[in-house]
Design a binder for this molecule. Sequence first.
Ligand SMILES: NC(=O)C1=CN([C@@H]2O[C@H](COP(=O)(O)OP(=O)(O)OC[C@H]3O[C@@H](n4cnc5c(N)ncnc54)[C@H](OP(=O)(O)O)[C@@H]3O)[C@@H](O)[C@H]2O)C=CC1
Ligand SMILES: O=C1O[C@H](COP(=O)(O)O)[C@@H](O)[C@H](O)[C@H]1O
Length: 519
Amino acid sequence: MASAKLKEVVETEKKPSLKTSDSFSEMSVAETGCLSIIVLGASGDLAKKKTFPALYNLYRQGFLQSNEVHIFGYARSKMSDDELRDRIRGYLIKKDTSPEQSEDVSKFLQLIKYVSGNYDSDESFQSLDKEILAHEFSKNTQEGSSRRLFYLALPPSVYLPVCRMIRFNCMNKSDLGGWTRVVVEKPFGKDLDTSEDLSAQLGELFEEKQIYRIDHYLGKELVQNMLVLRFANRLFLPLWNRDNIANVQIVFREQIGTEGRGGYFDEYGIIRDIIQNHLLQVLCLVAMEKPVSLKPEHIRDEKVKVLQSVMPISDEEIVLGQYDGYTADPTVSDHSNTPTFATMILRIHNERWEGVPFIMKAGKALNSSKAEIRVQFKDVPGDIFKCKEHGRNEFVIRLQPKEAMYMKLTVKRPGLDMSTIQSELGLFYGQRYQNVAIPEAYERLILDTIRGDQQHFVRRDELKAAWEIFTPLLHRIDEGKMKPLPYSRGSRGPIEADELLEKAGYLKTHGYIWIPPTL
Ligand SMILES: NC(=O)C1=CN([C@@H]2O[C@H](COP(=O)(O)OP(=O)(O)OC[C@H]3O[C@@H](n4cnc5c(N)ncnc54)[C@H](OP(=O)(O)O)[C@@H]3O)[C@@H](O)[C@H]2O)C=CC1
Ligand SMILES: O=C1O[C@H](COP(=O)(O)O)[C@@H](O)[C@H](O)[C@H]1O
C-alpha cells in the first residue's frame, strides 16, 4: 500500500501538471475528475487547423493524459468517428513525422469521438451529454467532479443557441470540484450594442469565470513576454513614456487575401477581424501601467484603464484600403465597401502617453507576412554627431515569423573616421533558444482554460471598452461614409498610409539594412 502510494506521488511529479505551473498566477481546487473536451464546429476550418492540432501537442507533451481525457467533436455534418479522425490526421502528420510520432498521432486520434447534431436541438445536446456521461462513468469519475470544456469553433451566429443548449443539457452535474467552461472565439459581436447584447445573454447562462473569450494573439510567445520585458527590466522603466518615445507602431501584414473566408470577412472587415481585437490587445500590453500583481484581475484592470483612455479616432487619421480583385470572390458583394487594409492612429489621453501616436496597421494581400511592434524613440537633444540622417533608436519586437527583438542603435562606423552608422543589438529566438520549441498560441491558451487561468483571456468590461473605441468609426464605414482606397495585391497597401505615418511623426531610417544572423 505504502509503495503504491509512493509510486503515485512519483508519477504525479513526473507528469506535467494541469494546474498553473508557476507562481505567476493562482490556482485553487483539487481537480481529480476526468476531463472531456468538446469541440463544437469540429467539421470546420479552425477546428482542423488549430484546435485539434493544439490538443494533440498538449497530449504529446503529457498535459492531456489518455487515462483521464476524452475529446468529442460535434457538428451537423454526418460522419463517422474514423472520418473525423482521418480529416484531422492530415493536419498532424507532416513530411518529417517519425514512425513513433505517427503512432502517437494514432493513439491521440483514438481519444476522439464524433457526435453529429444540430446547434439548437435539446435532443441533440442530450445525446452529447449521454456520450460525455458514458466517458465519465467509464473512468469511475464521481458525478460532479468531472471537468467539461466546451470549445466553440463556430460562427458567432450560433454562439447563443449553442450556449443555451450547453447550459440546459450538458453541464457538469454538481459542484464537487468539477467544472464547466466555455471557450468563445472572436468576433464577439459586430459593434458595441451587439457585443453587449451577446455578453448580457451569455451572462445569464454562465458566470464570468466560466467564460473564456479567446484572442489567440494573447497566446503568442512575444506577446506574453511583453509584461516581463517592460516590468522586469530596469533599462526600459524610465524610458517607456512620452518624454522618450516619439511613436509606436503595431503592425499585422498578411500576404494571403481572404480566399476561402470571403463570406465571413466581407461582413466583418479588417478592423473587426484584426485591429479591434488582436492589435488592440497588444496595444494594451505595450501601454498599460504596472499591475498590482500578476493576478489575472489585476492585469485586466490595468488593460481596461488604458482602453478607457483612448480618444475617439479622427477621420483625418485613418486610411482604409481594399485590394484589387477582392470583390471577384463570389462570396463577396460586388459593391463591397469592406476594408481589407487599415492604418489609423490611436491617441491615449493619460500622463504617460499624451501626444504619442499609436499607429495601428493591418492588411491582407500585402507584400509580406509579419506582425511586429515598433517603438520609435525621440531624437537625441543637442546632437553633436549630426547623425539625424541615420535615423532614430527603434526597438522592434517581431511577434512573427521568427520571433525576435532588436534595438536599432547609432554606433561609430568601424574604421579610422569618426562617423556614425545605424546598427542593432538583438535577440533572435531561433538562434538563442535553439532547442526550445515555441508553443503555438492555441496550445498555450487551451492549457490555460483547463488550468482555470483567465489572465490571457478577454474580460467583459475589456471587450466593452474595446468596442467603444471602434464602434463610431465602424458605423461610418458601414454606412458608406468612408471609402477604402484601392491597392494592388502584393503591394504595401495604399501610398496614403505611408503619408499618414510620416504626418504622425514616424521617421524612416534610410540606408539601414538588417543582416539576419546565421547560426
Ligand atoms: N478559421 C480561422 O483561421 C479562424 C477562425 N476564428 C473564429 O473561429 C470560429 C470558427 O471559425 P471557422 O472554423 O473558420 O468557421 P467555419 O465556417 O469553418 O465553421 C465551423 C463549423 O460551423 C458550422 N457552420 C458553418 N456555418 C454555419 C451556420 N451558418 N450556421 C450553423 N453552423 C454553421 C459548420 O459545421 P456543420 O455544418 O458540420 O455543423 C462548420 O464546419 C469563428 O468564430 C471564427 O471567427 C478565429 C480565428 C481564426
Ligand atoms: O484571427 C485571425 O487571425 C489570422 C492570423 O493569425 P496569425 O496567428 O496567423 O497571425 C488571420 O489570418 C484571420 O483573418 C483572423 O481571423
